[in-house]
Design a protein around this ligand. Structure first.
Ligand SMILES: *[C@@H]1O[C@H](CO)[C@@H](O)[C@H](O)[C@H]1NC(C)=O
Ligand SMILES: *[C@@H]1O[C@H](CO)[C@@H](O)[C@H](O)[C@H]1NC(C)=O
Ligand SMILES: *[C@@H]1O[C@H](CO)[C@@H](O)[C@H](O)[C@H]1NC(C)=O
Ligand SMILES: *[C@@H]1O[C@H](CO)[C@@H](O)[C@H](O)[C@H]1NC(C)=O
Ligand SMILES: *[C@@H]1O[C@H](CO)[C@@H](O)[C@H](O)[C@H]1NC(C)=O
Length: 490
């Protein structure tokens, strides 16, 4: 009796055990990187630039740390300057930094940007006015400078050179760290950092033109099919055939206004933006789930049959219905329109990014159906002013980022790698040509948005393999240079 019971118990136990890994696999965070990092909080100054208003008040800033590869007290510190999201998302999608840390015996830190993830200076009131006002690039950089300095003390790493890493806006922050705090940071890998376009330097048509070019490269017919589908949608909207639009696009509610149609166009355009940015040669779970080579998959779907509207719906489904469980598209919950026409994401993080796009970061990109395949959707500096004063009671300051972080006069800086993949619509908003022997532009042919920061994969193109090798060599040189400088000063 007893034995039978224990066998039964054992069987149930075994069934449970085999069931468990499935649940674990469905979780967003799995794999070696997750267990490598320890999550910690740093007591951070709320306002670095005003001694009166917030006094010595602090908030809990999250960071991730691993010393698994570190040659304690000697190896360099690799510091990821977190950008607009949960710090885990960057840590779990930047495997190259860990591979490099293993090679160069580095301590690895990933810091979360203030006002994102769990690093909310005023908790859930952080997005009230005026609490939101301490969300600036300058405050974020000062956070990282203070955090690096204090953690180096705590970890007995004062002699260790610091290299910063970042992708996209995080790459901008890495470059800015080197500009602003060369006393603390020996060099920066700024991957896919649109330092020029976000400072208002560039062509407002470039972004969606480059998204279009990615699809056109697969097949010109693909571009034509997208344009044709948007044109059919426009005709239906002109005839106010809202019930047909609802059924064609499987919308949860029928659209009922021009505003709804504008929102639908924005949601659809955003699907193409994401496929172009995340056009990696293997499936990923970063900013949503993407199949391998999503642009190719998208074009395949656009060209599947004669019904262009159905094709367009299903192409959007690649992005919004990756789980395959969506019963209908909800216009206002799947996509949030904001001061960034390339999308702000969802939730609290989208509010933070919207505020940044309303203040320092300029993202006045337009589509026009001439230089790109999308419906004409302008977002001028004037549109931005109207939106931002209504939403956040602020007026953007065009030109400030350019003044503050050197604009296109970066050649006086040093020790920055600007890497860009030629599939990435952000690439041409960044530095594409080397500016000096220590300001090096790397072109990753066939690479999407900061592919080089991702961990090695067997289907990686040769270009990214050699870019990572080059980056490793340059970074090793910076570390040695900084080591001898530190030794002289100590
Ligand atoms: C902040 O300053 C007050 C004195 O004005 C002091 O009592 C308090 O301990 C300080 N807090 C921190 C975190 O340093
Ligand atoms: C803050 O907001 C989040 C998300 O809406 C919620 O899960 C959490 O419970 C809130 N926390 C507090 C203290 O209200
Ligand atoms: C989502 O995908 C599933 C599976 O392919 C499909 O049955 C469903 O119709 C899709 N939902 C929408 C809204 O297109
Ligand atoms: C795009 O332009 C073509 C003409 O080149 C026009 O037929 C089509 O309706 C336009 N599409 C939209 C969405 O405006
Ligand atoms: C990057 O490489 C691709 C492919 O070799 C090339 O077409 C493109 O012009 C290069 N871009 C730059 C900025 O060097």
């Amino acid at each position: 009796m007893k034995t039978v019971l224990s066998i039964l118990t054992l069987t149930v136990f075994l069934i449970l055990l085999t069931a468990l890994p499935n649940t674990a696999l469905q979780s967003r965070r799995h794999g070696p990187a997750e267990t490598l990092f320890t999550e910690q909080f740093f007591s951070q100054t709320v306002d670095h630039f005003n001694f009166n208003t917030m006094g010595n008040a602090t908030f809990r800033q999250r960071y991730l740390i691993t010393d698994k590869f570190w040659k304690a007290g000697h190896g360099p510190v690799f510091f990821y300057t977190g950008n607009e999201g949960d710090v885990w998302d960057f840590a779990l999608n930047s495997g190259f930094i860990l591979e490099l840390a293993a090679q160069q015996q580095a301590l690895v830190l990933f810091a979360e940007h203030r006002y994102y993830g769990k690093s909310l200076p005023f908790g859930n009131s952080s997005f009230n006015i005026p609490q939101v006002s301490l969300l600036t690039v300058e405050q974020a950089l000062a956070d990282y400078a203070v955090m690096i300095t204090e953690l180096k003390q705590q970890l007995a790493a004062t002699h260790c050179p610091v290299i910063v890493f970042g992708g996209s806006y995080g790459g901008m922050l890495s470059a800015y760290m080197r500009l602003r705090y060369p006393n603390i940071v020996a060099g920066a890998l700024a991957a896919s950092a649109p330092v020029l376009s976000t400072a208002g330097l560039g062509d407002s048509r470039q972004f969606f033109q480059d998204v279009t070019a990615d699809f056109e490269k697969i097949a010109p017919e693909c571009r034509d099919a997208v344009r044709g589908a948007f044109s059919q949608l426009k005709k239906l909207a002109e005839h106010k055939d809202y019930s047909r639009i609802q059924s064609e696009f499987a919308l949860c509610k029928p659209p009922s206004s021009e505003r709804d149609i504008h929102q639908l166009n924005g949601l659809l355009r955003n699907a193409f933006t994401l496929m172009a940015m995340l056009d990696y040669p293997y499936s990923t779970h970063f900013m949503g789930n993407m199949p391998a080579n999503p642009v190719k998959v998208g074009c395949g779907t656009m060209l599947r049959g004669p019904d262009l509207l159905a094709n367009l719906r299903d192409t959007a489904g690649i992005v919004y219905n990756s789980t395959g469980v969506l019963t209908c598209f909800d216009l206002y919950s799947l996509y949030v329109e904001c001061a960034d026409p390339t999308g702000c994401g969802l939730g609290f993080n989208s509010q933070a990014w919207d505020y940044q796009a309303c203040t320092e970061i300029e993202l006045c990109y337009e589509s026009n159906n001439v230089t790109d395949m999308f419906p004409p959707m302008a977002f001028t500096e004037q549109d931005r002013e109207i939106y931002c004063s209504k939403r956040w009671a602020v007026l953007p300051r065009p030109g400030w980022l350019k003044t503050q972080f050197w604009g296109d006069a970066l050649s006086a800086a040093s020790n920055i790698i600007f890497s860009n993949g030629d599939l990435d619509p952000w690439a041409n908003g960044g530095v594409r040509k080397s500016l000096s022997s220590s300001l090096i532009a790397l072109n990753i042919s066939g690479g999407a948005h900061h592919l080089d920061l991702r961990g090695s994969n067997e289907v990686d193109p040769e270009s990214v393999i050699s870019a990572r090798q080059k980056e490793a060599e340059i970074i090793a040189q910076w570390v040695e240079m900084e080591r001898s400088r530190l030794q002289k000063t100590l």
